[in-house]
Ligand binder design. Structure first.
Ligand SMILES: Cc1ncc(COP(=O)(O)O)c(C=O)c1O
Length: 397
């Protein structure tokens, strides 16, 4: 079959919930992808902030192949070796206490919500606890995760959603304070808002939220699904703020392509929330997924991925700033590390994404008007130069 036929057949059989670009991606190498017609793309999207180590990483692929030959699945009724290894590495890098592995980011959010509710229920027996979430946030599409996602468009057709959720404005402490009452059990936010348009939390705001949490024994849930795993220049973005969450959610680059997520609890929550019977999953924490996680942590160390991010990110910022300076349709840049957004003015952002694709560059959009750059964390300055060349062509096309 040729590309056109693959696309037609896909539309015939797969539920149409995505307006896909007319490209059939077939293979990857480093920071480049190749489609079924042989066209090459420089990838500044990384499968939506997933493929941190780049495509075709031999050590990563070998670790997975070895695990496939050894044992793919066991269920959570038994122990398995990669589960211990992955958990230990995640706990060590986060400095938190206990982890539960899931199959996706959305499920990590579900677990975080349940842990928070159980913590509050054990404390006072109440069943009317509230969660404060942020406007323009994104936490996933299942009913619980959608309930704390501050986007009316995503929520509307699926009401009634989970009750007891209130929304505040990100980076506006007064707005958070206004929603706090004796029923509040958790505040959930992305340390850097991703889908909403790449907004890093203001340090004063995050510290202020933490203070509110401490004063009222409210749990702070930080969603690091997109901004975590080295993307902003530390394993987790909150580590640069001096603010520790009670619960952290993680996914995407945690498995670098193998579907896996996690919610991670500090000791306070771990010892007073979920117990046997409260939460479970058939696949979560299975040997294959955990072998991926374990190898990702090893490769991050061996390849000094975080040092590398800190070295190349200022160059990406500089190059994007130059483009913003040069083109009237780009109004400003914001972001942290290798999670950058450029605001587009007077032109639909989707049009630029499409033109970039034609020029062999994958970039994403975020919010209604932001070009999003979340490349594999192994990109080099030469890759950034090449990105700028291709984006320039797209902007001028
Ligand atoms: C911050 C954040 N939270 C949660 C999710 C949901 O994760 P998943 O798509 O793996 O379910 C996403 C996905 O984009 C995300 O960016």
């Amino acid at each position: 079959m040729n590309s056109k036929e693959y696309m037609e057949k896909t539309e015939q059989y797969v539920l149409h919930t995505y307006n896909r670009f007319p490209v059939v991606l077939e293979k990857g190498d480093g920071v480049y992808l190749t489609d079924a017609d042989g066209k090459s793309y420089l990838d500044f999207g990384a499968g939506i902030a997933v493929f941190a180590l780049g495509y075709g990483n031999k050590a990563y692929n070998d670790a997975l192949k070895k695990q496939i030959d050894q044992l793919i699945h066991t269920s959570n009724l038994y122990y398995n070796i990669p589960l211990e290894e992955a958990a230990e590495k995640l706990i060590r890098t986060s400095g938190m206490d206990k982890v539960f592995f899931t199959n996706s980011g959305t499920e990590a959010i579900e677990g975080a919500i349940k842990a928070a509710r159980k913590y509050a229920w054990l404390k006072d027996g109440g069943t009317d606890h509230e969660i404060i979430a942020m406007n323009h946030s994104f936490h996933g599409r299942s009913v619980g995760a959608l309930s704390v996602t501050g986007n009316a468009h995503y929520q509307e057709p699926f009401r009634p959603l989970m009750g007891g959720v209130k929304f505040a404005d990100f980076n506006d402490l007064d707005s958070v304070n206004a929603q706090v009452n004796e029923k509040t059990c958790a505040i959930i936010l992305e340390t850097v808002q991703g889908e909403g348009g790449i907004y890093p939390a203001d340090p004063v705001f995050l510290k202020g939220v933490k203070k509110i949490c401490e004063e009222h024994d409210i749990l702070l849930i930080l969603d690091e699904i997109q901004c975590g795993m080295g993307r902003t220049g530390s394993y987790f973005a909150w580590q640069q703020y001096g603010v520790e969450p009670d619960i952290m959610t993680c996914a995407k680059a945690l498995g670098c392509g193998v579907p896996v997520g996690a919610f991670v609890l500090n000791e306070k929550v771990a010892k007073a929330s979920l117990v046997p019977g409260d939460h479970g999953t058939t696949y979560g924490g299975n040997p294959l997924a955990c072998a991926a996680v374990s190898e990702v942590f090893d490769l991050f160390e061996e390849q000094h991925i975080i040092d590398h991010v800190n070295e190349v990110a200022p160059y990406l910022e500089q190059k994007l700033d130059e483009l913003v300076e040069k083109y009237g349709c780009l109004s400003l840049r914001r972001g942290k590390g290798l999670m950058q957004g450029v605001v587009v003015a007077g032109r639909p952002v989707g049009e630029i994404v499409k033109k970039a694709l034609e020029q062999g560059l994958i970039v994403l959009s975020a919010g209604s008007d932001v070009l999003r750059f979340v490349p594999p964390l192994i990109i080099t300055k030469e890759d950034i130069d090449e990105m700028a060349v291709r984006l320039t062509r797209a902007l001028e096309a």
